[in-house]
Design a protein around this ligand. Structure first.
Ligand SMILES: NC(=O)c1ccc[n+]([C@@H]2O[C@H](COP(=O)([O-])OP(=O)(O)OC[C@H]3O[C@@H](n4cnc5c(N)ncnc54)[C@H](O)[C@@H]3O)[C@@H](O)[C@H]2O)c1
Ligand SMILES: CC(C)(O)[C@@H](O)C(=O)O
Ligand SMILES: [Mg+2]
Ligand SMILES: [Mg+2]
Length: 356
C-alpha cells in the first residue's frame, strides 16, 4: 500500500508497483474466475484477465446477442463459455457482472451456485447496499468483494491493450476466508486497473450514481444542450454552436485538463478566455449546486436505485433506453456533431499529391 496526499488528505492506494501482476497471478493460481454477464464490464474484465494469464470462464444467457459476442471474442462454448448457472458453479470467484437489475432477477440461481469459501465479486455497490430493494444478501461463508473500474468497460479494455489502465475503487463487504484483501487486490490488478483506491460498497454506489447522473453523463449533456440552444437561438450556425460547445472541449481542452489540470488548460488559452472563465465558473457552480444536492439526496434515499430497478427490470427496458438514446442521436446538436466528427483530419484521408 502506498500512502499518498490527495489535496491535503492522506489516503492509502494499491499500485502495480507493490502488487505486480506476477504476485496477483500467484495469489489466484488455484482459483477459477467466473465472469457472469458479457455486456460492457464483462468483456473488458474477462478478456483482460485472460490476457493476463488468469484462469477465467464466462457465464452468459445462451441465445442472446451477448453470448454471440462472447463467441466472436474467442470464448468457446463448453470450454470457457457456459450458461450462467454452470459458470457460477464452476467458479471459485464469481464476478457478478450482469446488469444491476439483472442481478436481482438471477440472484437465487447464483446464490445457490456459491460454495463455502467462494468469493462473490461486484463492480458496483448497488446490489449489496440497497439489499432491501434488491434482495441480494450473500451467505455468511463467502467473501464479498468489489472492484469498480472508474470508467467504461470499453475503455478498460482499450486502455489495457494500449498498456495503460483505468483506476478502480475496491471494497470488502465480508471476509469469510481471511483472504478477501489479497483476492480483491489481485483481481483489481488482474482486470487491468491502473491503481486501486479503497472505498466501501455504500460510498462506491452513492458516489457512482451521483457522478453518472452528474458531471460524467447527465449534467454534461444538460449544459451542452443549454449552451448549444442559446447559441442557436442567437443566430449561430449548427457547426459554430457545436464546435464551441463540444468539439473544442473533447478535441483540445479536456485532453489538456487530463494532462495537467484545469489551471494549466486555462493557462494555455488566451488571457481573454482566462478572465472570463475565472469570472463565470462560480456562477455555474452556484446555479448547479442545488441540483447536485438534490441529486445526492435522491441517491442516498434509494429513490434513484428504485427508479433504475423499476425501469430496467421491464421486458422492454433495452428498447425504451434505445428510444431515448435515439432522441439524443437525432437531436440537431448531435447530428451536427456527426458531421463535425467526419470532418476531423483523421477521418478525411487526403489523397497524397501525385509525385512530380
Ligand atoms: N458499464 C460499465 O462500463 C460499468 C462501469 C463500472 C461498473 N459497472 C457495473 O458493472 C456491472 C455490469 O455492468 P454492465 O454495464 O456491463 O451491464 P449491462 O447492462 O451491459 O448487462 C450485462 C449483462 O447482463 C445481462 N442481463 C441483463 N439482465 C439479465 C437477466 N435478467 N438475466 C440474465 N442476464 C441479464 C445482459 O444481457 C448483459 O449481457 C453493473 O453492476 C454495473 O453497475 C459497469
Ligand atoms: C461508466 C460509469 C458511468 O462510470 C459506470 O458507473 C456505469 O454505471 O456504467
Ligand atoms: Mg461509474
Ligand atoms: Mg455506474
Amino acid at each position: 500500500m502506498a500512502t499518498l496526499n490527495f489535496g491535503g488528505v492522506e489516503e492509502e492506494v494499491v499500485t502495480r508497483e507493490e502488487f505486480p501482476l506476477d504476485k496477483a497471478r500467484e495469489t489466484l493460481k488455484d482459483e477459477t474466475i467466473a465472469v457472469l454477464g458479457y455486456g460492457v464490464q464483462g468483456p473488458g474484465q474477462a478478456l483482460n484477465l485472460k490476457d493476463n494469464g488468469f484462469n477465467v470462464i464466462v457465464g452468459q444467457r445462451k441465445n442472446s446477442s451477448t453470448w454471440d459476442k462472447a463467441v466472436e471474442d474467442g470464448w468457446v462454448p463448453g470450454e470457457n463459455l457456459f450458461e450462467i448457472e454452470e459458470a457460477a458453479q464452476k467458479g471459485t470467484i464469481v464476478q457478478y457482472l450482469l446488469s444491476d437489475a439483472g442481478q436481482i432477477a438471477v440472484w437465487d440461481t447464483v446464490k445457490g451456485a456459491l460454495n463455502p469459501g467462494d468469493a462473490l465479486y461486484f463492480s458496483h455497490g448497488f446490489g449489496i447496499t440497497y439489499k432491501d430493494r434488491t434482495g441480494i444478501i450473500p451467505p455468511d461463508d463467502v467473501d464479498v468483494i468489489l472492484v469498480a473500474p472508474k470508467g467504461s468497460g470499453t475503455s478498460l479494455r482499450r486502455m489495457f491493450l494500449e498498456g495503460r489502465g483505468l483506476n478502480s475503487s475496491y471494497a470488502i463487504f465480508q471476509d469469510a476466508t481471511g483472504r478477501a484483501k489479497e483476492r480483491v487486490t489481485a483481481l483489481g490488478i488482474g482486470v487491468g486497473s491502473g491503481y486501486l483506491f479503497e472505498t466501501t460498497f455504500k460510498d462506491e454506489v452513492y458516489s457512482d450514481l451521483t457522478g453518472e447522473r452528474g458531471t460524467l453523463m447527465g449534467a454534461i449533456q444538460g449544459i451542452f444542450a443549454a449552451q448549444y440552444d442559446v447559441l442557436r437561438a442567437n443566430g449561430h450556425s449548427p457547426s459554430e454552436a457545436f464546435n464551441e460547445t463540444v468539439e473544442e472541449l473533447t478535441q483540445s481542452l479536456m485532453p489538456l485538463v487530463a494532462e495537467n489540470g484545469m489551471d494549466w488548460m486555462y493557462a494555455n488559452c488566451s488571457t481573454t478566455a482566462q478572465r472570463g472563465a475565472l469570472d463565470w465558473w462560480k456562477k455555474f457552480r452556484d446555479a448547479t449546486k442545488p441540483v447536485f444536492e438534490n441529486l445526492y439526496e435522491e441517491v442516498a434515499a434509494g429513490r434513484e436505485a428504485q427508479r433504475s430497478i423499476d425501469s430496467n427490470s421491464k421486458e422492454d427496458y433495452r428498447e425504451k433506453l434505445e428510444e431515448e438514446l435515439a432522441e439524443l442521436r437525432e437531436s440537431e446538436m448531435w447530428k451536427a456533431g456527426s458531421t463535425v466528427r467526419q470532418l476531423r483530419p483523421e477521418n478525411t484521408p487526403v489523397e497524397e499529391e501525385a509525385a512530380e
